[in-house]
Design a protein around this ligand. Sequence first.
Ligand code: C2E
Ligand code: MG
Ligand code: MG
Length: 331
Amino acid sequence: MRWIQHIQRAIRATLSALAASHQATASIGIAYYDPDCQDKFPARPGDMLRMAELAVRSAKASGGGRLAFYDAETSRHAEDALQLEQDLGEALERAELYVVLQAQVAPGGLLAGAEALLRWQHATRGAISPGQFIPLAEDTGQIVQIGAWVLEQALETLAVMQRHDPDLTVSVNVSPVQILRAEFIDEVAVQLERTAVDPSGLILEITENVFMDEPHLAGEQLGALRALGIKISIDDFGTGYSSLTYLKRLPVHELKIDQSFIKGLPDDAADSALVKIILSAAGELKLRVVAEGVELPSQAQFFEKLPNVFLQGFLFDRPIAVNQWYERWLQ
Ligand code: C2E
Ligand code: MG
Ligand code: MG
């Protein structure tokens, strides 16, 4: 086992010399061939490599910089993830991904716009929730291609919506992986031009952790997006760990109160206090607010008569296919 530690140490030393400020570690996965257990262990090199790859995934999953042996039981999970990742890579081509829309309602009850939400209908596994495949796509970088496709779809939708009513908006979720790429700005600009929409109808939803990871770069990117005429919304507001100073410095237009705070309204004292704090901060900073996950009339009533609060949730609309949504809301 000592030679494995030698490898890890050598890699660490070499990489720290090359990149002074970065800590690099090596995860190692080991598969071994035991001629006495031929029934248990296949001897084909391809199988051995796959086993080693699954083992290295276990090593990474347990925190990185570690060592893991192939083990059929724990590798089943890794194998599943690997398969899902490969399937996701082909999902766009196979037309298994599609966008649904969920209405957002203005104070007074009129339609304000919609949020675009991604869906994956897997050929054999059925519907896979975005909560499961978006983090996977972020880890593998596939979110860059998938997110660009979602944006294209959403802007085509916005073009239809704006022909109907120029004030309608479409909100698109954007992952930190996408927004922190320098190329993102040009890609958005190209799509805005292609679809000839009024950019002020496009709202990009980002989460607070963008500011934790890369505060400077995130600020620059948001500034560039603002210069294109686009609006920025902070999704799941109140659930992150970032400092609030970014609200002061950055061109943020909207806060989306996370549905976990809406759940307890109007009776839960803590939820209602927190929501009031968010509303008051948003009021001072002149930000628009969207309450998401509104399911009950009593929750909607909590926000009644507040001029700048928009509502989104099952009470008004379930996320539905784009054409169905047009029929329901634009006619
Ligand atoms: P999110 O952006 O916060 O979206 C709101 C989620 O709440 C959606 O779940 C929506 O279906 C659900 N929802 C809406 N109204 C209600 C309600 O009244 N009650 C309850 N219980 N839930 C409600 P969904 O579609 O499963 O999406 C989950 C998350 O996946 C999204 O959270 C977003 O973070 C991410 N996501 C979805 N589509 C995309 C995408 O195209 N790109 C990226 N990067 N992330 C996406
Ligand atoms: Mg969202
Ligand atoms: Mg949210």
